[in-house]
Write a protein that binds this ligand. Structure first.
Ligand SMILES: C[S@@+](CC[C@H](N)C(=O)[O-])C[C@H]1O[C@@H](n2cnc3c(N)ncnc32)[C@H](O)[C@@H]1O
Length: 544
């Protein structure tokens, strides 16, 4: 690993307190971590802005869900606490050799020197007090760093801090990799100072810890975690960004009102950091960002309050006369990419040769560069091995949480019947049209809660594969228990929150009283390079 030049790295972290005047008089406290992300409804990268469209699909808890409300939510706080507990346990066993401060609740805004010993699953560095009873959470650090940090807020067993200075960089830190001038302040990316190799290894470890801490499973039933598959693009990959700005509580923006900060959340705070450009966005999205900033500045008085801006890439393929050139289809078209900002306008995305159209405000995976490889992988996992004499064409696919039909369309060729379900009527509308457009004529899509699928499905379970791709909060127990009753032969669970994935897989395995399911594979894809997020998968097969 390359070591950074110089001993004391002061930029950009060293400017934190100066730039924002964060001191006793101007300090706006943290939202507690608990309130930052307890809903579990956000998507990775939501440090970049609230989800466009809000929580339209929120519904009241069913009695079953209420009963199971003690289940883990996979929230940021829960995930951090697992790592805090682990580190405290470990250091009490071994005793720390580092010169750490004592554990008494540290004074707010005091500065401490810390040796970072672990990278949490939340993406923050962790250091432990000398007596092993307090953990310090330091953003933008890596194990092996010696840093000065400023205490911002303390809880019973840990303190949140701001990074002030890296005094001695870790061998794992390569600050020359940092490509964004907002790194160290923006909450969107935390890992720019880490090599891709380190990020992938860390994400694999995050999946392993999630299975260990959140599945409640006998470790012997958990297979070795597979490598996390890299993203072809490490920056310039996000096809959707949602920067935002705050506004006056009432009365709208008056004439001559100052232009608000427009951007993403300042790391560890609840206010917006002004951002002019975001290099993890695609070129089209970055261009859209610049023009939307100008639009807000020129039209501020038309806004009654703050707003979230939607920036979504749309790709049009212009096919040339060589469109039939099967030897090199890539030469047969050119792509025109634009940025759409109206949530109702249709955007087009291509995944390999499959074309998807959906309203800009609806869900679509936002790292297009990895989708062809990823969907090919999912397709392979869905294949049910056949015994000699069995008809391979007798196979069916259930696409739960299907969105606009990504898996039904990219993985659905060869299935005799496909049934998809999603709670969003707009997504279902898109899925129906997209399936036809891509030559899938045997798919049916229904709008409803995921469990609605079980009332409708008539496929023979022994020939049925099911892909399950829920939102961050994972699946309801009602859905999982009906899934067990149906007993499809092959399950492929996909998730942007590996902690709720671990919880749901653990639940399935424990409730599977006939011990019918084996976990074949667990691993991940790096959908979100430079951030601590990882897309996880688990493949399960039914015996017999
Ligand atoms: C992570 S996205 C996956 C979408 C699709 N599989 C894809 O990859 O494009 C999760 C989807 O679940 C849907 N959803 C959220 N809650 C749901 C529920 N209770 N029942 C069914 N669908 C739900 C959302 O509308 C969204 O389309």
């Amino acid at each position: 690993m390359k070591k950074s030049v110089g001993t004391a790295l002061r930029i950009p972290y060293g400017y934190l307190p100066k730039l924002w005047g964060i001191n006793r008089s101007t300090y706006r406290p943290f939202r507690t971590i608990a309130s930052q992300n307890m809903s579990g409804t956000k998507r990775p990268g939501d440090g970049l802005g609230p989800k466009a469209g809000g929580k339209r699909w929120k519904r009241n808890k069913t009695a079953q869900e209420a009963k199971s409300s003690l289940r883990s939510t996979g929230s940021h706080e829960e995930i951090l606490l697992e790592d805090v507990k682990f580190l405290l346990g470990k250091s009490q066993e071994s005793g720390s050799s580092h010169p750490q401060p004592q554990s008494a609740v540290p004074e707010q805004f005091s500065q401490v020197e810390l040796s970072i010993s672990m990278l949490a699953s939340t993406g923050d560095g962790l250091a432990v007090s000398q007596d092993g009873t307090r953990v310090y959470v330091v953003p933008f650090t890596v194990p092996g760093d010696t840093v000065i940090a400023k205490i911002v807020k303390s809880f019973s067993s840990y303190s949140m801090t701001d990074l002030i200075e890296v005094k001695e960089p870790s061998n794992e830190r390569s600050d020359d990799l940092i490509f964004c001038k907002y790194f160290g302040r923006c909450s969107g990316c935390q890992f720019q100072m880490l090599s891709e190799e380190f990020q992938l290894q860390h994400k694999k470890n995050v999946i392993a810890k999630a299975m260990q801490n959140f599945s409640n499973m006998d470790p012997s039933l958990i297979p070795p975690i597979g490598e996390v598959m890299p993203s072809p693009l490490l920056r310039g990959y996000r096809t959707k960004l949602t920067p935002h700005f705050d506004g006056p509580r009432r009365g709208g923006f008056k004439e001559g009102a100052p232009i608000p900060d427009i951007g993403f959340q300042l790391k560890g705070r609840s206010f917006v950091l002004d951002i002019e450009d975001c290099p993890i966005g695609t070129d089209a999205v970055r261009g859209g960002f610049r023009s939307q900033r100008d639009y807000v500045k020129d039209n501020l008085q038309t806004f009654k309050r703050g707003a979230t801006l939607l920036l979504r890439e749309s790709t049009e393929r212009i096919f040339s006369s060589a469109a039939n050139d099967e030897e090199d289809p890539a030469r047969a078209y050119t792509e025109i990419k634009t940025c759409i900002t109206d949530s109702k306008a249709l955007v087009t995305e291509w995944v390999g040769e499959s074309k998807f159209a959906s309203p800009a405000g609806s869900f679509f995976q936002n790292n297009n560069s990895i989708l062809e490889k990823f969907t090919a992988f999912v397709q392979e996992q869905l294949v049910i091995p056949r015994l000699p004499g069995q008809d391979p064409s007798e196979s069916y696919l259930i696409d739960a949480y299907c969105g606009s039909g990504l898996f039904s369309i990219c993985c659905g060729h060869g299935f005799k019947g496909i049934l998809g379900v999603d709670i969003s009527p707009q997504s279902i509308e898109s899925a129906k049209k997209n399936a036809i457009e891509n030559g899938i004529h045997n798919a049916r899509f229904i709008t409803g809660n995921a469990e609605a699928i079980f009332a409708d499905v008539e496929f023979p379970p022994e020939y049925t594969s099911m892909v399950i791709d829920p939102p961050r909060k994972g699946c309801d127990e009602l859905f999982l228990s009906q899934l067990l009753q149906l007993g499809p032969k092959r399950l492929v669970y996909i998730s942007c929150n590996v902690h709720t994935m671990a919880r749901d897989i653990g639940w399935l395995v424990q409730q599977d009283l006939g011990k019918d399911y084996n976990i074949d594979k667990i691993g991940g894809f790096d959908f979100f390079p430079q951030t601590h997020h990882v897309e996880g998968y688990a493949v399960l097969s039914k015996n017999g």
